[in-house]
Write a protein that binds this ligand. Structure first.
Ligand code: NOJ
Length: 526
């Protein structure tokens, strides 16, 4: 059972480096987030996910944590973060921090102790082989850098040694079972980190690489799921309102392991990619031919079929709707921004669809104004991802209102194009992407039938266009293509509708048992 407050929640993801700098050092900070809470609220977002803001050498933008319980000085202090929790709560905004349980930085004190010859409390906090010349059974490892004669396993980049949660299938003498006291100690250490932030007012966590903990796990991730079930028991007892969203991309497994929500993102040819861009990260390159293979649904002329999305979505939705939520997102700090291949009208339709599906949606900072993916050099291990991590574009002042610092000091350059979208420019245009996002989210908050739990039923998805679906007593229709379309409604449903258009982008109406969906339109009908 997911946390109750998620029913009517829309998240806003903040990459803290790039949101708002209040001390002129060119890097965003916690006070900047506090300053912008009213703006976030004005969007209709009532919860935040903040990317890791903890002490770190920043070789992977903070996903290499050096101290789980300390805010990185460049963002402020722990007190600033506690203050953010308070200020957000006063405005009805919940705050999730980013928990990175699978690995730490190689500079974490646990790791420094672990690599020593002398046995100590942290000797088995990470996964070590028995000998300096020994491989690691196909897993990525580092040898030759530690005092102790052994190699250690990596979880992601070279700077991120894997924490030891044990092995589900133990196949080598150096592998410990997931119930080994050392593996259990790692679990307890992560629970301790969670307790620290939760007891200071944080509302839960986005969990990085949530399925990566227990190695040699089975297909159902039984070992890793057992860890999360144990964490969930702790939360139920001590922090019953806390919520967790997994970076797992397998809702049936993640929600059964105790998560409230799971992102559906990473599978090429399904999820996010079939809707927004038919190549997830384009092999990590932005320079290839990007039109020929893009059949994403919201691209006007791509002819994409929504059934490529629905085939998986509906199975997962049916399987998990009593357990928790599938979370769809506009983009995140790892993906290329949706404005890269969708124009403003396409974005409006895509967001309208995302925000009227069941589950709990996430909006990535800047996507509400169609901020562009920029071609910038890599920063802090971002590589192609860096282009989606540039400073928020507030207004036409210096550095587009992100920072009063020198342009040369900025974390990343701001969009220098003359028509760079800004919040200020879109504020007064009722038809802007920004105000369309506001209108859709306001509608979602107003109409309980559009929220996370309300019933969802596909009425028509023939050949993919238009797609007509029911949310509770409302009817939604979307036509992303360039020609007008009609769909005949089943008599039972047509009879229940009053014909009122509750919300509309483009031309759409319902008459005589038919939905008329004009070219590039979206409508919510009653
Ligand atoms: C997923 C995060 O979203 C990504 O940014 C990071 O590089 C890896 N996990 C490693 O922590």
């Amino acid at each position: 059972m997911a946390a109750k407050w998620l029913k009517d929640t829309v998240f806003y993801e903040i990459y803290p480096q790039s949101f708002r700098d209040t001390n002129g050092d060119g890097i965003g900070d916690i006070n900047g987030i506090i300053q912008k809470l009213d703006y976030i609220k004005s969007l209709g977002c009532n919860a935040l996910w903040i990317n890791p803001c903890f002490d770190s050498p920043f070789k992977d933008a903070g996903y290499d944590v050096r101290d789980y319980k300390k805010v990185a000085p460049r963002y402020g202090t722990n007190e600033d973060l506690f203050h953010l929790f308070e200020a957000a709560h006063e405005k009805g905004i919940h705050v999730l921090l980013d928990l990175v349980p699978g690995h730490t930085s190689e500079e974490h004190p646990w790791f420094r102790e672990s690599q020593k010859v002398q046995k100590n409390e942290y000797t088995d906090r990470y996964i070590w082989t028995e000998f300096c010349f020994q491989g690691a059974g196909g897993m990525p490892y580092v040898g030759g850098e530690s005092e102790r004669s052994a190699c250690y396993i990596l979880n992601f980049f070279k700077c991120q040694p894997a924490l030891n949660y044990g092995f589900y299938h133990v196949t080598e003498p150096w592998q410990k079972s997931s119930l080994d006291p050392a593996a259990m100690a790692t679990r307890e250490a992560i629970k301790d980190v969670m307790r620290y932030w939760l007891s200071h007012g944080c509302d839960g966590f986005r969990v990085d690489m949530a399925s990566s903990l227990v190695k040699n796990d089975d297909e159902k991730k039984t070992g890793t799921s057992a860890v999360w079930k144990d964490v969930r028991r702790m939360l139920e007892l001590e922090f019953p309102d806390a919520a967790m969203v997994a970076e797992w991309s397998n809702p049936p497994l993640a929600l059964r392991a105790g998560y409230d929500m799971d992102f559906w993102l990473n599978n090429r040819g399904s999820g996010y990619s079939t809707l927004m861009r038919d190549y997830y990260n384009h092999g990590g390159s932005i320079h290839g031919d990007r039109t020929s293979e893009d059949h994403s649904y919201f691209k006007k002329d791509a002819g994409g079929d929504i059934n490529r999305f629905l085939d998986q979505y509906l199975d997962w939705y049916e399987d998990t709707r009593e357990l928790g939520y599938i979370s769809l997102l506009t983009c995140n700090h790892d993906t290329i921004r949706p404005s890269y291949n969708l124009d403003t009208t396409e974005l409006k339709l895509a967001y309208a669809f995302l925000f009227t599906l069941p589950g709990v949606p996430f909006l990535y900072y800047g996507d509400e104004i169609g901020m562009r993916y920029l071609d910038v050099p890599t920063k802090e291990g971002g590589y192609f991802r860096t282009g989606s991590r540039t400073p928020m574009q507030w207004d036409s002042s210096a550095n587009l209102g992100f920072s009063e610092g020198k342009a040369s000091d900025l974390y990343l350059p701001v969009d220098s194009s003359a028509d760079a979208p800004t919040v200020e420019a879109q504020e007064n245009d009722p038809d802007s992407l920004l105000n369309t996002v506001r209108a859709i989210l306001a509608l979602r908050h107003r109409e309980e039938d559009l929220q996370a739990d309300a019933a969802f039923q596909v009425i028509c998805s023939e050949a993919g266009r238009p797609m007509v679906y029911r949310r509770g007593s409302l009817l939604c229709a979307v036509n992303p293509g360039g020609s007008d379309l009609e769909a005949v409604l089943p008599a039972g449903i047509a009879g229940q509708l009053q014909g009122e258009v509750v919300f509309r982008i483009g031309n759409a109406s319902v008459e005589n048992g038919k939905v008329r969906a004009g070219a590039q339109s979206f409508a919510v009908l009653r």
